[in-house]
Design a protein around this ligand. Sequence first.
Ligand SMILES: Cc1cc2nc3c(=O)[nH]c(=O)nc-3n(C[C@H](O)[C@H](O)[C@H](O)COP(=O)(O)O)c2cc1C
Length: 303
Amino acid sequence: MVNLKVSISKLKLKTPILLASGVLGSSYSTINRVIRETRIGAIVTKSFTWEPRVGYNTPIVAYTKAGIVNAVGLTNPGYRALKEILGNIVKNDVPIVVSIAASTSKEYAEIASFAEENGADAVELNLSCPHVKGHGLEIGQDPEYVGKIVHEVRSVLKIPVIVKLGLTDRIVDSALKAEKAGADAVSAINSIRSVVIDVYARKPILSNIYGGLSGPAIHPIAVRVVFDLYKNIEIPIIGIGGVTDWVDAVEFFLAGASAVAIASVIAIKGLKVIDEIIKGIEEYMDKEGFQKISELVGLAHGN
Ligand SMILES: Cc1cc2nc3c(=O)[nH]c(=O)nc-3n(C[C@H](O)[C@H](O)[C@H](O)COP(=O)(O)O)c2cc1C
């Protein structure tokens, strides 16, 4: 019998697939729909900031041969809206992880406390947004600052703290600092900073010029990152980046991820892809003789 349950620190997930931050995680109605209609293991909300953000002017998305490049600009109603959103989610045993994007450690800690008070099961500190200045990647690539933020959040919170890191040369150092400061898990990666140019207009397509590339093109890069993180940290890793089917998810487990989060593929294929991926993992495990996800985690390292 295949058992798909996984634990990420205190979080108990009935399946190892999470909804990654940014897709369908902004309102309680879409979150409730994902919970009702799929076997999702956990939901990560859109990143919430201190003040409401309208985001960037259109165009905010460019479709390329390599995948989607987006610069939405962290559009969200501000963290105070979490009270109403969290209060209206019908969880059905699906943990809700509130994603936070802030610009100081104090803001991270205050928003995290507010999320906890209003029913969040965990927080994910977005230290990896590739296109909003002062709200992401600059923080995540500074290991000392990562340590400071995690320490501050950890010291005021009871629920698990997940740290989301993006692609930088210092990602392993940042993950190590996060672990040392008390992080319960690391998720990686976010979309990768990119530019798309319209050859007739002869200028960048996105109003913000820079956006984040997501989808299949980033998958092998994300697998490499998870592979490297697994060699260096002990806390669980949530693999994110370019998963389109069960094979991609299993690859993440073998590289060292304890769970996998998906975003863009849902925008392309719709909600049904969640259960297709889960079913594919289940069938693979059954055929290959694995009973628990934990038996797959890190197997590609030969241990
Ligand atoms: C439209 C869009 C909005 C996103 N918004 C957020 C966000 O608010 N916070 C965050 O941490 N990641 C955000 N992401 C990044 C995803 O969570 C994920 O890390 C990235 O897209 C790679 O996964 P994928 O290839 O499965 O899409 C967003 C991605 C997309 C496509």
